[in-house]
Design a binder for this molecule. Sequence first.
Ligand code: 6GU
Length: 253
Amino acid sequence: MQFVVLTLFPELFDTFQNHGMIRRAVELQKISLQTIQIRDFAEGRHRVTDDRPYGGGPGMVMKPEPVAGAMRSALKMAPDARRIHLTPQGRPFSNTMARQLAKEKELILLCGRYEGIDERICRNFIDDEVSIGDYILTGGELAAMVVIDAVSRFIPGVLGCADSSEDDSFSDCLLEHAHYTRPFEFEGDPVPEVLLSGDHGKIGHWRLQSSLMRTFFKRKDLLIDHALTAEELKIMEGWQKEIQSIIDFQQKE
Ligand code: 6GU
């Protein structure tokens, strides 16, 4: 996957691409990340990229010409790219969208600053608008990094095979189960015995219980959206029976 980012702050991407999994993915040539400085396409001695809004009001608007110049330059590097504008007005980003975008060969990510970008850019140079959540950032750069990171996880060979993005069947549906590593006892708190049993059937079942329980307590909304498997339903029916027996016992007293 070739990512091309249009930004007024390309340096923000330096540490991002020089550490961890993203660095490894670049080194393995699973992804490439290029930045284009929008200011390089601005005219005049001061290379101004913003201007006051027509109609008045506070804040500044990104001028269309430098963004168009940067986009045309990006399209020379990535002619088939899907062109995404990072904006709070976009479609909410999700793991599902990340998996979908990972199928593309090239992505151009346009990062706005100030109050926004001239509407004629949004209308004529953009395929898709994406938001990473309901809050306002000072610019699209952090959102672009979020998208690049989440999309890269779905590109084959980016994660080690031990750490699959499609871990089990429920990567979008249930929260991850609890994890433990050595030591066996940490500050008086031991690891659940079943994880030391070597019985992979039992361990898988325990992990599914852990996932379901965490999702139930932390994110009930995910359980409602997700079609539960027969095994998951059986686990929840088990809880229901145990809870009911406690209620019955208490009401008898
Ligand atoms: Cl994509 N951009 C900005 N500026 N703020 C955001 C966002 C994007 N997503 C959520 N907030």
